[in-house]
Design a protein around this ligand. Structure first.
Ligand code: SF4
Ligand code: SF4
Length: 119
C-alpha cells in the first residue's frame, strides 16, 4: 500500500511503522526457516521474551527479533541479534517447541553471510 493510499479518509499510518516489503530483505528469513524449521511455529506469544535473562538487563526482546526476521528489517536485526547470550533459557518455556537459541544462532550466521555476499 502506498503512503498516499494509507492516508485516505484522513487516517494515516505512522511513518516509522511503515514496512516496505518491496525493499525489505527476505533472505535472512528464508535462511532461518531453512536452517531451523521450527521458526515457522512461533505465534508470537512472548513467553521467550518474558523468560529471557538478557532482556532483564538490557533492551533485548526475542519476540521483537522474530518479527524483525519476518519483516526483513536487517539493519535493526543486525544490532538485536548480538544481544542474546545463547543461554537457552527461552527454550524451556516456548509452548510451540521453537528452538529459539538456534534461531538466534542461524540469524547471526545469515547476517554474516549477507554481509559477505554469500547469501
Ligand atoms: S515462546 Fe515460542 S512461540 Fe512464543 S514468541 Fe517465543 S519463540 Fe514464539
Ligand atoms: S538464549 Fe538468548 S533469547 Fe534465550 S533466554 Fe538466553 S539470552 Fe534470552
Amino acid at each position: 500500500m502506498s503512503v498516499k493510499q494509507a492516508n485516505r479518509f484522513g487516517f494515516g499510518i505512522n511513518q516509522s511503522r511503515l514496512i516496505n516489503y518491496d525493499t525489505s530483505d527476505r533472505k535472512v528469513r528464508e535462511y532461518v526457516t531453512l536452517m531451523e524449521p521450527s521458526f515457522r511455529l512461533c505465534f508470537a506469544c512472548g513467553g521467550c521474551t518474558a523468560a529471557c535473562i538478557a532482556g532483564q538487563h538490557i533492551s533485548f526482546n526475542l519476540r521483537r527479533m522474530n518479527t524483525l526476521i519476518r519483516r526483513g528489517e536487517i539493519d535493526l536485526l543486525r544490532d538485536e541479534v548480538t544481544r542474546c547470550m545463547l543461554c537457552g533459557k527461552c527454550l524451556l518455556v516456548c509452548p510451540r517447541g521453537v528452538n529459539t537459541r538456534n534461531v538466534v544462532a542461524v540469524t547471526a550466521e545469515a547476517i554474516r553471510k549477507l554481509d559477505n555476499n554469500e547469501l
